[in-house]
Ligand binder design. Structure first.
Ligand SMILES: *[C@@H]1O[C@H](CO)[C@@H](O)[C@H](O)[C@H]1NC(C)=O
Ligand SMILES: *[C@@H]1O[C@H](CO)[C@@H](O)[C@H](O)[C@H]1NC(C)=O
Ligand SMILES: [Zn+2]
Length: 304
């Protein structure tokens, strides 16, 4: 009887897809469904507008509507729960943190941030730029202001707005990351949490003047259920962390006790989607300078 119950329980778990995992876990001999099988976990994972993608910079299109963002509440200190959920480390965010501008239709409010991890500074980002995979990637997950939950936002093609940032190894340590890295010591084990105190969102991301260059495309969640409801913003400027700081993230553990590394989904086909880039104003200005300098060089009067 007990066996029968656990058998049916196993089937239910299978149907609900609770056992999806990353390729790194399959490679390590885990009995779980890796990215190749995620469509059996959630049908949407086989859709035509999936994330992440490789961004081929010379194929991106300049878009003048991709203006700098306005951030609200990003400087406010908050206390929050930081959790190792067996797949990532995530931090609940106060909904008072909002992002607007950058051709987003409405303001989006923050719900959580989480990370995708490499191993000891090795490749770990989800998005790649011209094939380059960065050591880690930060996702700040936001939903349109009008929604009360992620589930609600996922029913809208542009209900979710994720801000993605890459990390890069630097020679010196990034003091702004001390508090989050200290907190990792308390949550090495899966299903554990601790309080993250006195942090603000702007501590985790580049300065505002360094967030004007970014890519934009329409995609999905990068984990099951893979809903295609995400407006993606991937920033060009990276967040610096020392090698020692990057290594600290590799001490987190998956539910099976193995190191939480390689937590990225393989890049997905574009299927005709276009990727846009900000900064076309700069290009227009430099084209104008070129034209005017050519005209003055050949001695024509400057157009007014
Ligand atoms: C945080 O951890 C405690 C004890 O380890 C647990 O009881 C609690 O449910 C956890 N909270 C959340 C929100 O995961
Ligand atoms: C902005 O980006 C430049 C170039 O990547 C870097 O040298 C500089 O340190 C950054 N500034 C801040 C405040 O992050
Ligand atoms: Zn993510």
């Amino acid at each position: 009887m007990h066996l029968l119950i656990s058998f049916f329980f196993a089937i239910i778990v299978k149907i609900q897809g609770a056992d999806w995992c990353y390729q790194s876990q399959v490679t390590c001999g885990g009995h779980c469904t890796g990215p190749d099988g995620w469509t059996t976990v959630a049908g949407a994972c086989g859709g035509k507008a999936q994330s992440p993608i490789n961004i081929v910079t010379r194929r991106t299109l300049p878009d003048g509507r991709l203006t700098p963002f306005t951030f609200a509440g990003y400087q406010e200190a908050f206390h929050s729960l930081i959790t190792n959920n067996g797949r990532t480390v995530h931090v609940d965010l106060p909904a008072t943190a909002k992002v607007q501008g950058g051709d987003l239709a409405v303001p989006y409010k923050a719900i959580q941030l989480h990370l995708h991890l490499g191993k000891d500074g090795g490749p770990g980002s989800e998005h790649t730029i011209d094939g380059e995979r960065y050591p880690m990637e930060l996702h700040i997950v936001n939903i349109k202001e009008e929604y009360n939950s992620l589930d609600e936002a996922l029913k809208d093609l542009t209900g979710v707005g994720v801000l993605g940032f890459f990390y890069e190894q630097s020679g010196s340590s990034n003091k702004k990351y001390d508090s989050i890295i200290n907190a990792l010591n308390s949550i090495n084990m899966p299903s554990s949490n601790t309080t993250l105190s006195d942090v603000s969102l702007d501590m985790f991301i580049p300065s505002q003047s360094n967030m004007t260059s970014y890519f934009r495309y329409q995609g999905s969640l990068t984990t099951p259920p893979c809903e295609e409801a995400v407006v993606w913003t991937v920033f060009k400027n990276t967040i610096p962390l020392s090698r020692q700081q990057l290594d600290a993230f590799s001490r987190l553990q998956f539910a099976d006790g193995k190191p939480m590394v390689g937590t990225y989904r393989p890049v997905q086909p574009l299927n005709g989607r276009l990727v846009y880039r900000s900064g076309s104003q700069v290009i227009l200005v430099s084209t104008w300078l070129l034209i005017t300098s050519v005209i003055s060089a050949i001695g024509l009067p400057l157009p007014k």
